[in-house]
Design a protein around this ligand. Structure first.
Ligand SMILES: Nc1nc2c(ncn2[C@@H]2O[C@H](COP(=O)(O)OP(=O)(O)OP(=O)(O)O)[C@@H](O)[C@H]2O)c(=O)[nH]1
Ligand SMILES: [Mg+2]
Length: 615
């Protein structure tokens, strides 16, 4: 078996920690390679084309595009840098032959840099390093380069892999240069290096067509589209092929349309070359990981493997008294259908459906990933309730194991005390403490993943917004013992009605309120955070007695403390195990799972007697 390289193509993935500038760099490469017409008006970060990506300024899904440089077609795969979307990086790397590791010249390699580099080294990709944002005032490119070498060595890179080319860049200005002393003026050197230093895709010329499906899309005219790399051979329109699914099940198909990436758009192709990334239409029953091959030689390629999910969340119907008023889809069947659709596109999401048919368990990589799915669903018109994210435990030899994260923290020295205290309460262990430049401290901890759920908001408050916290999933360790997930209780409405300013004013001393006058409330709805560690049932609809009008010293128009708007992430982090977030296209409400106060008291009474019996 002798492999041949297709020198007319390069498949490059851009990988980095979150916000190190991947998508901005891809933009600049587009502009300089003539993807856009001179007079074309283009958005910033065109590859972040999903609504949520634009709003949040982060990449959520890995996406393909291409440029042509000096006669060579460069397929670029932009990947997300946030740890929750790590599954996307793993999926993207299966299309790439090489990767550009982008590192911020000031921040240096961060946890997700380590994760993506490890995946790229494991996949035996050829690597190039770009130290980006050298325009930053606090840039320290030389030190950062040392740190990158150390990271490569730490991850067991061999000698060949250590000989990576290095470029320095200001992605935002579209500049790259080979040394720090020269002054770059464009990105030509970067594109030259990709063409010269990375190799084209390898294929076996003896073998017939084989394509690994790594992404799916949909087109109203063409139906389902399978996207992936042609590993061997070639294909043309109207050809009959088979799709090999899990367990070697084969489905016949006929290619109705072939396309390839041209800039950010798709272009027709009559015939495609080995090594190229293509979009194939003509098959409905196709999943990520399937192989499309010829009928004569239907050989499956290894399926894409991604790390296991670590977080799970319950998705259920909205069965509160306000259900069905704001959304189009409310039934569990609809919710399940939608989630199944999600698993087709999103390789790191798994579903579990208990037989009682009351809820679905969604498993994924983190709370942000979950929040994005929920946000997408509410925009599509769904109403649903979701529970608190919980980590996924494992039973090994009769012992419980839990996911543990390595946490990297940098903050002002004066906050080390509070950070250490809060993390110890969550069973975190300090691994390292060092002082960094400018009265800053650098700390590393090993913390159970469940302790980090909701901690990030707390951390920002504790460090007055000055700290940075990064974490990386480290592996499973023996369960470290219980700790409370929240140290406060909930203020719960005891009846249905409309919140009244006077009542809310009187409730303010009890804690922080989440609602404003005029909002609908119902029995069991959480309207605030109680400052004590227990729930209280209150009446937020209580009006001032008219007979007291003259006697009362205060004016009717009370001034309420402004309410911090409830965001989906904040809601998910806030709720306890016996609470739910009610999500509709227009509202977010928090509630007890059991709405009736009487029933909740009965349950608590029973639990109390049980605990007495057991003690
Ligand atoms: N100073 C400076 N800022 C930059 C540069 N390149 C990008 N940025 C800024 O860095 C931020 C993040 O840029 P993105 O391109 O979205 O980063 P990303 O790596 O794609 O982020 P994710 O996809 O979410 O991981 C934006 O605010 C950019 O304006 C640069 O060369 N210098
Ligand atoms: Mg991005």
């Amino acid at each position: 078996m002798s492999f041949v390289r297709n020198d007319k193509i390069r498949n490059v993935a851009i990988i980095a920690h979150v916000d190190h500038g991947k998508t901005t760099l891809v933009d600049a490469m587009f502009k300089q390679s003539g993807v856009f017409r001179d007079d074309e008006i283009v958005n910033e970060r065109v590859m972040d084309n999903m609504d949520l990506e634009r709003e949040r300024g982060i990449t959520i899904a890995a996406k393909n595009c291409s440029i042509v440089w000096k006669g060579v077609k460069i397929n670029i795969i932009d990947t997300p840098g946030h740890a929750d979307f790590g599954g996307e990086v793993e999926r993207a790397l299966s299309m790439a032959d090489s990767a550009i590791l982008l590192v911020d010249a000031s921040e240096g390699p961060l946890p997700q840099t380590r994760f993506v580099l490890r995946k790229a080294l494991e996949a035996k990709l050829q690597l190039m390093v770009v130290i980006n944002k050298i325009d930053r005032k606090d840039a320290r490119p030389n030190e950062v380069l040392d740190e990158i070498y150390n990271l490569f060595i730490d991850l067991g890179a061999d000698e060949d892999q250590l000989e990576f080319p290095v470029l320095y860049a200001i992605g935002r200005d579209g500049i790259a240069q080979e040394t720090l002393t020269e002054q770059g003026k464009d990105l030509h050197i970067l594109m030259d290096k990709i063409v010269e230093c990375t190799k084209g895709p390898e294929y076996d010329p003896e073998k017939p067509f084989q394509m690994l499906v790594t992404d799916l899309s949909y087109n109203d005219y063409l139906g389902r589209l399978a996207i992936g790399k042609v590993i061997n051979g070639s294909v043309h329109c109207n050809q009959s092929l088979v799709c090999i699914k899990e367990n070697d099940r084969q489905v016949r198909l006929k290619v109705t349309r072939l396309q390839q990436y041209q800039g950010v758009k798709l272009a027709e192709a009559d015939r495609v070359e080995p090594g190229d990334i293509i979009i194939l239409a003509g098959i409905e029953d196709v999943n990520i990981g399937d192989t499309v091959a010829t009928i004569e030689a239907p050989v499956a390629l290894p399926r894409i493997k991604v790390d296991e999910p670590t977080v799970s969340m319950i998705f259920t119907i909205n069965n509160g008294p306000l259900a069905g008023r704001e959304g189009k889809y409310v039934q569990l069947r609809k919710i399940k259908e939608r989630l199944h659709k999600e698993t087709l596109m999103n390789v790191s999401i798994k579903l579990e459906e208990p037989e009682n048919n009351e809820y679905v368990v969604v498993k994924g990589r983190g709370e942000l990933q979950m929040a994005i799915i929920i946000e997408q669903m509410r925009r599509e018109g769904f109403e649903l309730c979701v529970g608190r994210p919980t980590v996924i435990y494992k039973e090994i030899d009769g012992k419980t194991y839990e996911p543990i994260e390595h946490v990297y923290i940098e903050c002002h020295e004066m906050f080390t005390g509070i950070v250490t205290e809060k993390l110890s309460m969550r069973k975190g262990r300090m691994l390292n403490l060092a002082s960094a430049a400018g009265e800053r401290a650098y700390m590393e901890f090993s913390v159970p993943s469940r302790g980090l759920i909701g901690y990030r908001d707390q951390f920002l408050t504790d460090t007055k917004g000055t700290g940075t916290l990064n974490s990386m999933f480290e592996g499973y360790e023996e369960y470290r013992g219980n700790f409370p997930v929240r140290f406060t209780g909930s203020i719960v409405a005891d009846r249905q009605g409309e919140a009244i300013a006077y009542a809310l004013f009187n409730l303010e001393p009890r804690g922080e309120l989440f609602i404003v006058p005029g909002m609908p409330v119902y029995e069991g709805m959480i309207i605030g955070e109680h400052s004590k560690d227990l729930d209280i049932d209150v009446n937020p609809c209580k009006a001032k007695k008219l007979t007291n009008m003259r006697a009362a010293g205060k004016d009717d128009a009370v001034t309420l403390t402004p309410v911090k708007p409830m965001t989906l992430e904040r809601a998910i982090h806030f709720i306890n195990e016996d609470e739910l977030v009610e999500v509709t296209p227009t509202s977010l409400r928090l509630r007890k799972s059991v709405l009736s106060a009487a029933l909740r008291h009965a349950i608590r009474g029973k639990e109390y007697t049980e605990s007495l019996k057991n003690s």
